[in-house]
Design a protein around this ligand. Structure first.
Ligand SMILES: C[S@@+](CC[C@H](N)C(=O)[O-])C[C@H]1O[C@@H](n2cnc3c(N)ncnc32)[C@H](O)[C@@H]1O
Length: 199
């Protein structure tokens, strides 16, 4: 992650504190703000490589922690991982078989950036939609969801969709995000059900 994010202060702090990336601070902030992970929750992390959210999750819950990414994740004690695409339609069943109950889904996935703003924005929101579909398929009623997105076209639609499927849907801009970044997290709390809000 060092080359992608640059070796800035956040990166150096992350390395000093043993985190694999500065993204760790975003999840710590989100948890402090929203408290969506409880002591014994089973948590699935989508787009989890290199693994700093997994490191944080391991400290937040005594439940199972499962990370999924297109890329392999170097082992973390007490964390399970799957190499896979979050859009794979067979993934929810595999995850439910592995964990049984899923209380929380978090997704920090982002596509490889092309540099074309509107194209990248659309792909990022599409990834968020896929993460929401995954969460809908695995979450226990009352469960919680966090997904990274980007402000711009289609963002409002994703937020509305979260709000129809969870009792509350809020946004959170992490202070640990880069200055000027349009990155924004959607936090859905208290899952109602997959079909909620469907036509
Ligand atoms: C910003 S990084 C995540 C950082 C991670 N939260 C951490 O703390 O280490 C975004 C990740 O999303 C993953 N990703 C992108 N598209 C994906 C997909 N369709 N399925 C699974 N992972 C995906 C990328 O491989 C990348 O590792």
């Amino acid at each position: 992650m060092g080359s992608q994010w640059g070796r800035d202060k956040g990166y150096r702090n992350a390395m000093r504190e043993g985190y694999r990336s500065r993204a760790a601070y975003k999840l710590l902030e989100i948890q402090q703000h929203a408290g969506m992970i409880r002591q014994d929750d089973n948590v699935v992390d989508l787009g989890a490589a290199p693994g700093s959210w997994l490191q944080v999750l391991r400290t937040l819950t005594g439940g199972r922690v499962l990370g999924i990414d297109l890329n392999p994740i170097a082992p973390i004690e007490g964390v399970e991982t799957i190499v896979g695409d979050l859009a794979d339609p067979t993934l929810p069943a595999r995850v439910k078989d592995a964990l049984g109950i899923v209380n929380v889904v978090v997704a920090d996935a982002s596509p490889k950036l092309s540099g074309q703003r509107s194209y990248d924005q659309a792909r990022a929101v599409a990834l968020g939609e896929q993460a929401l579909a995954f969460a809908c398929a695995v979450l226990k009623p009352g469960g919680n969801f966090v997904v990274k997105s980007f402000q711009g076209e289609d963002f409002a639609e994703l937020l509305t969709e979260v709000r129809t499927k969870f009792r509350s849907g809020r946004t959170y801009q992490a202070k640990a995000s880069r200055k000027g970044s349009r990155e924004i997290y959607i936090i859905g709390k208290n899952f109602i059900g997959c079909d909620a809000g469907a036509d």
